[in-house]
Write a protein that binds this ligand. Structure first.
Ligand code: SAM
Length: 305
């Protein structure tokens, strides 16, 4: 049966919305129009312009990957916990809450929770206010770095799903570390620009260049930067595989304008670790990144075949 669309404005915003709002076919049934306005996905007068239509398409595209992961955990455990790292204005967390968690809170899965981790205090405060206004009790926002959150007593010992969408630079690596320590079943990463590996490639270029013709891949400065960014994600994938995860890498459609449109989804399957661990080590050796081993070659590999 087709569900009716509601404007679902939340406690705070009871003002009637323009008639055009309910006519927008892009908005999913039951989705809060007022929330989309607060997140600047809809304009203040409740309309979709070209920019916001693109934004909404991007968010739905990402949500389409996350929804089956949420269902997987809920079907298995009855409730789901999700941590979003480098949350920013938390639009991903709010959209996920609105589209998925809201129904759980109303039903029998009241222990489900979303945590937003963000260093910028003003963004944390704003998200807290928004969650209170929309009466989303299953959302918390913590003014912590990703690394700090890993040992914070404000978070549970285990977390089901970890997301990090354009978390700056090495915050993505900290999110991976967090997810491994919290035994996350699913990890969803859209990495941001990453400069650290490129800087090590640059530093070691003198020694590396004579060794193999393949070092041509990062000889020129622009290539050093781009290859550094790409190899960072390759190493992250191998790191996750070396911890027993199945990894899929795809593209976020609608983000073509950005170089940062790589979507990495990892699901824990307790897969054999030896081969990805060996590969990881070999890649680090081959491209002269041995000194970064501590970052990517993170231990659990050795414990299992
Ligand atoms: C590019 S924004 C992305 C925000 C949001 N995920 C999105 O996609 O709209 C990156 C956010 O990560 C936060 N951030 C950067 N490094 C962080 C860290 N180590 N721990 C927590 N947050 C961090 C920044 O303050 C910023 O709000």
């Amino acid at each position: 049966m087709k569900r009716n669309k509601t404007n679902n404005v939340g406690k705070a915003d009871k003002a009637p919305l323009p008639a055009t709002v309910t006519d927008i076919p892009e908005i999913k049934p039951g989705q809060s129009v007022a929330l989309l306005q607060e997140l600047h996905i809809l304009t203040r007068d409740g309309k979709l312009n070209q920019d916001s239509r693109r934004k909404l398409k991007q968010v739905y595209h990402l949500y389409q990957f996350i929804e089956p992961l949420l269902n997987d955990v809920v079907n298995d455990k009855g409730a789901v916990s999700l941590v979003d790292h480098g949350a920013g204005k938390s639009y991903l967390g709010f959209i996920i809450y609105d589209l998925f968690f809201k129904a759980l809170q109303d039903g029998s899965h009241g222990n489900s929770h979303i945590y937003g981790i963000e260093t910028r205090d003003e963004l944390v405060q704003r998200s807290r206010e928004l969650a209170a206004r929309f009466d989303f009790p299953g959302m918390s926002f913590l003014p912590l770095s990703v690394a700090e959150s890993t040992t914070s007593s404000e978070l549970p010992a285990t977390i089901d799903i970890v997301t990090a969408l354009h978390a700056c630079n090495t915050a993505t690596d900290d999110a991976i570390d967090f997810a491994l320590k919290k035994q996350a079943k699913h990890i969803v990463l859209v990495p941001c620009c990453q400069a650290e590996v490129a800087s090590v490639l640059r530093k070691n270029k003198g020694q590396s260049l004579g060794k193999s013709a393949l070092t041509e891949i990062w000889r020129h400065p622009i290539h050093t930067r781009e290859f550094g960014s790409q190899i960072t994600n390759v190493l992250r994938c191998l790191q996750l595989e070396a911890h027993g995860y199945q990894v899929n890498v795809t593209e976020l459609v609608g983000w073509e304008h950005s170089m940062k449109n790589e979507l990495i989804i990892a699901t824990y399957k307790d897969l054999p670790r030896r081969r990805p661990a060996d590969r990881l080590k070999e890649v680090l050796d081959t491209v002269g990144l041995q000194e970064m081993g501590h970052r990517f070659y993170t231990g659990a590999e050795a414990a299992h075949e």
